[in-house]
Design a protein around this ligand. Structure first.
Ligand SMILES: Nc1ncnc2c1ncn2[C@@H]1O[C@H](COP(=O)(O)OP(=O)(O)OP(=O)(O)O)[C@@H](O)[C@H]1O
Length: 338
């Protein structure tokens, strides 16, 4: 049963149609991501949920309640922004305590809840510091503590790692996941980074120009992109013309476009034994890129570049200029009519 329901939401900024009859739902306790390119409407949708932006039509439900016209402070929804948005003249303690003081809780209760929240984000000892004395990652952890201390019904996270370097980003990702699990807080996360979406989410909504292009678990989106857009956005797929594949393999592909994952292509120095359930072609390596524990080979097949990923080993298996033979199981090919 859905905890958050967004029904047929329309949003215009002037003449710009930003959200187009958009509906989605989120189950209680889940970590759901709105994924999409810059400008597709992710932040607008999050701000609408928080009550910071109005809608032109549609409805929003939280639990059983219609919150469409409820003011932000009555929604009990917490939000973390790209910018850390802390109060610069308040200490870490006071920043975190702010929401509780506004609720007029007693001092002892505030003290215990604030120290619990500060502990959760591993900032014990920094209570008396001011935001300007903290790193970006630390400031974002204060923002997180300030948000979770009031135990909102929903936590909204708008690209919270965008100003943070790659290494810290990973540790903040796991911190947020850890806290999400511990508190079971329904969370909606906005990002344009597909890897981040894969790591963080129980469920993903992929947005494209104000509509939902595809939804599903990370593995569903990764392995079964329903459209070319999803294949391009989600998984760095090879996308080639059906005609071209027919020409180089001798098999008849009637579809317009074909997609397949770089790690599902087999690469070999010798011609491969041919099975009926696979296709075969050959090419020349034109580039080699080390991507952590993966080596990506760019193979020129006729005039088309094919990406092939293999696990890196200590020895370099292939060199630029090598002729190589590639194969791909038919079951790993996704065909698109257009
Ligand atoms: N307050 C506003 N007034 C007018 N146009 C706006 C406003 N806020 C957003 N827009 C426009 O609406 C569109 C969607 O913006 P939104 O911020 O929701 O996109 P986004 O997917 O979150 O992008 P990003 O990842 O860059 O933040 C953009 O074209 C943006 O310029």
């Amino acid at each position: 049963m859905a905890y958050i329901e967004i029904h047929n939401v329309e949003k215009y900024y002037g003449k710009q149609h930003v959200l187009k009859n958009l509906s989605l739902s989120v189950e209680k306790g889940k970590f759901v991501t709105l994924l999409g390119a810059s400008g597709c409407g992710k932040s607008t949708l999050l701000r609408i949920l928080a009550g910071l932006t109005s809608i032109d039509s549609g409805a929003i439900y939280l639990g059983e309640e219609d919150i469409t016209h409820l003011s932000p402070n009555k929604r009990n929804i917490g939000m973390i922004f790209q910018q850390y948005s802390l109060f610069p003249t308040m200490t870490v303690y006071d920043n975190v305590a702010f929401g509780l003081k506004m609720r007029k809780m007693n001092k002892a209760q505030i003290r215990s809840m604030v120290s619990e929240a500060i502990k959760m984000v591993n900032l014990e000892g920094s209570e008396k510091k001011y935001p300007s004395q903290l790193s970006g990652g630390e400031q974002q952890r204060v923002a997180l503590a300030r948000c979770i201390v009031t135990r909102p019904k929903v936590l909204l996270l708008d690209e919270p790692f965008s100003a943070i370097d790659a290494k810290l980003r990973k540790s903040l990702q796991s911190k947020i996941k850890e806290i999400h699990k511990e508190l079971g807080m329904t969370s909606i996360f906005v990002t344009h980074d597909q890897d981040e979406a894969m790591v963080m989410s129980d469920y993903i909504y992929l947005l494209n120009s104000g509509v939902i292009e595809q939804e599903g678990t990370p593995i569903e989106l990764y392995s079964k992109p329903r459209t070319i857009f999803a294949a391009e956005f989600i998984g760095d797929y090879n996308i080639i013309d059906g005609n071209f594949l027919s020409n180089i393999t001798g098999k008849n592909f009637t579809c317009k476009k074909i997609a397949f994952r770089p790690e599902l292509v087999k690469i070999c120095k010798q011609p491969l034994y041919q099975h009926v359930d696979s296709i075969y072609f050959s090419g020349v390596i034109i580039d080699i890129v080390l991507q952590g524990n993966i080596v990506r080979y760019h193979v020129m097949v006729d005039k088309t570049k094919i990406k092939v990923d293999i696990l890196s080993s200590q020895e370099c298996l292939y060199n630029i200029g090598d002729n190589v033979y590639l194969s791909l199981q038919m079951s790993n090919i996704i065909q698109y009519a257009e």
